[in-house]
Design a protein around this ligand. Sequence first.
Ligand SMILES: Cc1cc2nc3c(=O)[nH]c(=O)nc-3n(C[C@H](O)[C@H](O)[C@H](O)COP(=O)(O)OP(=O)(O)OC[C@H]3O[C@@H](n4cnc5c(N)ncnc54)[C@H](O)[C@@H]3O)c2cc1C
Length: 572
Amino acid sequence: MEIRNHDLIILGSGLAGLRAAVEAANVSKGELDIAIISKTQLTRPHSVCAEGGTGCCLRPEEGDSLELHAWDTVKGSDFLADQDAVQIFVEAMPKEIYLQDQMGCPWSRREDGRINQRPFGGHSFPRAVFAADKTGFFEVHALYDTMQKYNNITRYDDVMATSLLVEDKQFRGLTCVDLARGTFITFNAKALILATGGACRIYGFTTYSYTVTGDGMAIAYRAGLPLKDMEFVQFHPTGLIPSGVLITEAARGEGGYLRNNKGERFMDKYAPKMKETAPRDIVSRSEMLEIEAGRGFKGPNGLDYIHLDLTHLGAEKINERLPLIREVSIKFADVDPIDKPIPIRPAAHYSMGGVHVDNDGACPDVQGIWAAGEVACVSIHGANRLGSNSTAECLVWGGITGNRAAKYAMKQKKLPEPLLEKAYYEEHRVMDAIFRRKNTENFYEIRSKLREVLDTHVGVFRTQEGLEKALSTIKELQKRFEYCGIKDKNRIYNTDLVSYLEMENMLQLAEVMTKGALDRKESRGGHARRDYPNRDDENWLKHTLAYYTPTGPRMEYSPVNISIWKPVERKY
Ligand SMILES: Cc1cc2nc3c(=O)[nH]c(=O)nc-3n(C[C@H](O)[C@H](O)[C@H](O)COP(=O)(O)OP(=O)(O)OC[C@H]3O[C@@H](n4cnc5c(N)ncnc54)[C@H](O)[C@@H]3O)c2cc1C
């Protein structure tokens, strides 16, 4: 086993990880030895897929305000967001947008040369700053290029973390497989920032990249860190049929209509004021109700759909503002949106839940660990995230955690002793035991079944019966997984091994999500129960915290910060 020593490790090179790396390098002024690790190449995080924009109040002189951004976010969250955290968020955002500008992010501009903004769902002001419809790609590259100017950051591409080493509630290191060399590495460090992204590849019909399998959440959970609000999954209203590839909300922000099979703009009924730009939980539920009432179109494999109509926007606007959407629609659905409506339906898109952290992004349960971006739950999104607030959160808490973790690491006199016994055990498990297993079950089949169960029972609408069925099937799949091994015995770039480890993580997270959804007997944001159709503030205005036990998650609850606005009925 190889041992590598660094002062600070950043796990993940998406927007949150890269922003943290730049901040930590800047704060430490060369004093810290920093590592950034990614299971893909550093420039290929899921964040490059972010399309539509990054939410920020930039124009107080035109009627926007920080308070309005905060209010929209809290109302959008169905009042489960922590309002003190939301305040930190909206106040920090303008600086992040200008910082990106200085780093070279080519923001789309208005005619007067100022940074442009477009409307996004649930925002009462055009607030999404964008770079055409490739926002995440340009943000990642602005940060990545900036990172190159620091020579105290070591990069580890294609290195996959398998466990956290924690003892006496103190971070002690990280174990990883070097996928390119087929070796095992134990990282010894003073501090860690988890920035490993979300978990929605657990679903079958999803907008996510294949790599987004919730690894960071699962390894934190196994190490004793609680996961917060995992039952809240966002279903984006416009996943392209049949692949699930995202059609950005900017398509509706730019004026696109949703139509049923009668050609009606049905959002008039469900959100008379905001219509297609209502928050995602409301639009996704409305689409499903239209489909269930027989007003959708018949799709392949049960993927019935409705239409996103951009034809009235005209070729010039589509080509200028939504070039990627046009390309994706032509390539993946054989539809040119200049001439024809795009077939879409709700797709799993975002994990509102994640590793429980405080407003500094620190994990209160273990010293020396911070988390930022989609892996973390601060929480600013509560039960339903507003579009464009995620890339924004990555920038804000990437910056905050980079700063705090670097300062913490600089104060620690020496590296902790490596936890060799635990590391050797993990090496044996990953590099030896898994390879020797009998392999009487096929885990790719288990993965398909898991995805089918989640799509069917833990989707836009949920019921007691469906969730119970899902939970018992997940338990059954976990048992079957014990009989899985891997066929490919090669050590170099073993994608079978990667899929196996991801599968293990997804099975654990699916259980946490489903159990949380079963226990929460109300409807709030992304969690819509047919049997409990109303929000219940008296009993459920609280965060769920799931703790690992060998027999399944133990649930606790913690209060929501409602220091500014009392919950009211959401109307759009
Ligand atoms: C198609 C799409 C479009 C979107 N568009 C927008 C948008 O316009 N605006 C907006 O605000 N939000 C958008 N979102 C959401 C937003 O893109 C994500 O929430 C955000 O980019 C997540 O960034 P992150 O840094 O937390 O994680 P990621 O970008 O997912 O990065 C995670 C990193 O962790 C690494 N990693 C993961 N597991 C391991 C492991 N076991 N070992 C080592 N490394 C690991 C990965 O390799 C990667 O480097 C969109 C989401 C999707 C799916």
